[in-house]
Design a protein around this ligand. Structure first.
Ligand SMILES: NC(=O)c1ccc[n+]([C@@H]2O[C@H](COP(=O)([O-])OP(=O)(O)OC[C@H]3O[C@@H](n4cnc5c(N)ncnc54)[C@H](OP(=O)(O)O)[C@@H]3O)[C@@H](O)[C@H]2O)c1
Length: 399
């Protein structure tokens, strides 16, 4: 049977890999919706190549450009954040959420409230609003399929029947581009050096998060919510080869690991075909030519960001939302050359320190904290008012 699929953020690194997996079996999938934020040319090209039903560009002022690019086709065109959210209502068997940052939270919540199956790569909403998202999923009988390679690995090896026998989830981390740098040299790291991830080709935001190891902090919080695991049962170990994507340790001493090439098409394929499996275009591992697999503890003096995950999990959901919002602004500021690499941690730490304690019970609560923290830090850093940095409550244009 043909499966209908949509991809939010199809022009990004995960989005393109998802299309690659789908295109390996073109007769099995019908693409409903593709979305991008500003990359009109790539979105139009993708939509025509896979004969999508609808293409959505979230920057409202690009509607005419997309309409022009798709003129002469039967592909529907829409623009604006509301159009993105409305696409969650369209009938669809499987949706990939591959938007970067909190911009993905509204469509995700809408899809879950419609009982949909969503493959989630977009980790920031899970960090900011994990309890709310998981509660919504359970209430409406929806399904979240983890795509982040570590969480996909755990999803593959964690037997729910043995949940209480789990002693530890062990997330692996490559250590990023600065694993071997002396701690006191990190403050001089440039944007180009921070973007040069040794193992993975990814979008800019997650690449910087990997360099600070904030990515692993976000993933600890993500794992806590996805797998209902307390913080003290979630560990991180550096594994520079990125071959083992994570492990589960059970009380009898067994440790199960999932292995594969560092290729996002492996977890994407598993999420697409779950609970089955199918051939994917991902690279295969050749065990006989692999360099030795090594493991080392995280140097928390060099990568203090990891500790923030455990701090916020011991505080409140308001702290987690504040941490995520601060980090999104700080990473953007670093990419623009407004702050140093070391400032990212300082900004994040300060945001956690000054966040009020509180449990965020609704999407509005989450967005209120998110917007307040963004506004405070953007004004402290001197962002120009009104520039197109992501913020909720954008004007929506539908079509
Ligand atoms: N890359 C990986 O290998 C990887 C692995 C695990 C998890 N993840 C997670 O997956 C998510 C996506 O990562 P990525 O590396 O694929 O990011 P990316 O390459 O930067 O792509 C982001 C996508 O989101 C769209 N987008 C950006 N801002 C938006 C907004 N305000 N509203 C709506 N759409 C917006 C972009 O459109 P334009 O192209 O038009 O700007 C693009 O399609 C992140 O949360 C990341 O942490 C990524």
């Amino acid at each position: 049977m043909v499966k209908t699929v949509s991809i939010w953020g199809s022009t990004g690194s995960v989005g393109k890999n998802t299309l690659d997996v789908i295109n390996a079996h073109p007769h099995q999938y019908q693409v409903q919706v593709l979305t991008a934020h500003q990359n009109v040319a790539m979105l139009a090209e993708q939509a025509m190549a896979c004969r999508a039903q609808k293409a959505i560009i979230t920057r409202p002022n690009l509607y005419a450009d997309l309409k022009n690019a798709l003129s002469g086709t039967s592909i529907e065109v829409a623009a604006g954040e509301n159009a993105l959210c409305d696409s969650a209502d369209m009938p669809c068997d499987w949706t990939m959420s591959a938007i970067v940052g909190m911009a993905g939270i509204r469509p995700l919540m809408r899809a879950l409230a419609r009982g949909k199956t969503v493959a989630v790569a977009n980790k920031e909403p899970l960090v900011s609003a994990g309890s709310l998202i998981m509660d919504t999923m359970r209430r409406y009988g929806a399904q979240i399929l983890p795509v982040d390679s570590e969480h996909n690995a755990i999803f593959q090896i964690l037997n729910p029947a043995h949940h209480t026998a789990v002693t530890r989830l062990i997330l692996t981390a490559s250590g990023g581009p600065f694993r071997t740098w002396p701690a006191d040299t990190l403050s001089t790291a440039t944007v180009a050096q921070a973007l040069a991830h040794p193992n993975w080709q990814m979008g800019k935001k997650i690449s910087i998060d990997s360099a600070t190891m904030m990515n692993k902090a976000l993933e600890v919080i993500e794992a806590h919510h996805l797998f209902a695991m307390p913080a003290h049962k979630i560990d991180v170990v550096i594994h520079p080869q990125s071959i083992i994507h994570s492990m589960v340790e059970y009380e009898d001493g067994s440790m199960l690991a999932q292995m594969g090439s560092p290729d996002m098409r492996v977890p994407i394929s598993y999420a697409l075909t779950w609970p089955d499996r199918q051939a994917s275009p991902a690279q295969r591992l050749d065990l006989t030519t692999l360099t030795p697999l090594t493991f080392e503890p995280v140097c928390t003096q060099k990568f203090p960001a990891l500790g923030l995950a455990y701090d916020v999990l011991g505080l409140s959901s308001s702290h987690a939302a504040a941490l995520n919002a601060a980090n999104e602004v700080a990473v953007e500021a670093f990419l623009r050359g407004m702050i140093s690499f070391a400032d990212i941690y300082k900004i994040n730490h300060k945001a956690v320190t000054r966040a009020p304690r509180g449990e965020l019970a609704s999407l509005e609560d989450v967005l209120a904290v998110d917007c307040q923290v963004r506004d405070e830090i953007q004004s402290e850093l001197g962002f120009t008012k009104g520039e197109p940095l992501y913020r909720h409550q954008q004007a929506g244009v539908t079509s």
